[in-house]
Design a protein around this ligand. Sequence first.
Ligand code: SAM
Ligand code: SF4
Ligand code: SF4
Length: 375
Amino acid sequence: MTETIIRLTDLRSDARYTTHSPQIPAQVRAATGHLEDALARPLHDLRISVTDRCNFRCVYCMPKDVFDKDYAFLPQSSLLSFEEIERAARLFVEHGVEKLRLTGGEPLLRKHIERLVEMLARLRTPSGKPLDITLTTNGSLLARRAQSLKDAGLTRVTVSLDSLDDTIFRQMNDVDFPVANVLEGIAEAQRVSLGPVKVNMVVKRGTNDSDIVPMARHFHGSGVVLRFIEYMDVGTSNGWRMNEVMPSANVIARLNEALPVEPLEPNYPGETAQRWQYRDGGGEVGVISSVTRAFCGTCSRARLSTEGKLYLCLFASAGYDLRTLLRNGASDAQISTVIGDIWHGRTDRYSALRTAATGLPEDAPPKVEMSYIGG
Ligand code: SAM
Ligand code: SF4
Ligand code: SF4
């Protein structure tokens, strides 16, 4: 058995876990509605983390021995306010962002999140279109909130659910949360038309891979799009090992034996999931192969952390402090110019460079935790 290494330090105080502090530019450039990075990848998608807190302790994301009662979550004053988030989002939209995803931590723990959704739903692209506003949630509070989120203008939700087996699910969320309540949240999201509802299942070999076919059978024909995600080496605290990754090719093979599937064309270039459909008309299913089939070549996503740092990659160790600019009197045009310059210089492609079996090199710079940067 391979040994699991879990680093217990709080990486936010690690000197290598740096923050870039962009200066207010002397000259400004107007946004053109289209930005490309150094590898010609456009900016389309902004993920906004609204809290670093969560009521789950999923073993692959916020393991209890790191995120324990002594863990120092960010104080309220560090968090971007809704007004700051809306302002930043508007500047990103002027640069071509058409899709916003609220995430965290658990986004439904942020008080009055519906108010933020309402503010974001009023934004328009340069050509006057409304944005696609989605939210990723563990589903624990969704049954109660789906209607108010829909009313506020949320377009869709993605719910994370790793198992239908109550024992396995309770072990994976590590707070003894029952499957039934998440299923209720999914049903309510469908009822209020927050759809098509997507369900994300992180597959950890030896932990929940026995649930691939039961999950597929459960959601087959329901209108829910189930997606299997490869367990990733995000952050530095989950003790990731390659041998716990279940490659998507194996997932599809297993699925195909029980419920035959065929590939579908992507909805748009750069889509993270590879789409499949059941041959019997039972709907769509997908795989997200972040480890075995990197999609960095078309990655058009930026991430805004809970405290307003801009990250150019899920696996980054450094972020660009936009909060200071938002709070120190910089004008919209100045902040917009900074965002443009940062994206222009982007060369990140962590997954493409990752060698499959490397695991966690001891000398590699630490990566931010997913609960902080937003999944
Ligand atoms: N709390 C919300 C949730 O669980 O949906 C939103 C934040 S969570 C960080 C976003 C997504 O990241 C979830 O679907 C979760 O399963 C996924 N995730 C977290 N850690 C992961 C890992 N190590 N590998 C793959 N996916 C991971
Ligand atoms: Fe919380 Fe989501 Fe991370 Fe699970 S995956 S610990 S629900 S943030
Ligand atoms: Fe995008 Fe980074 Fe993921 Fe590559 S590794 S797809 S650049 S977020």
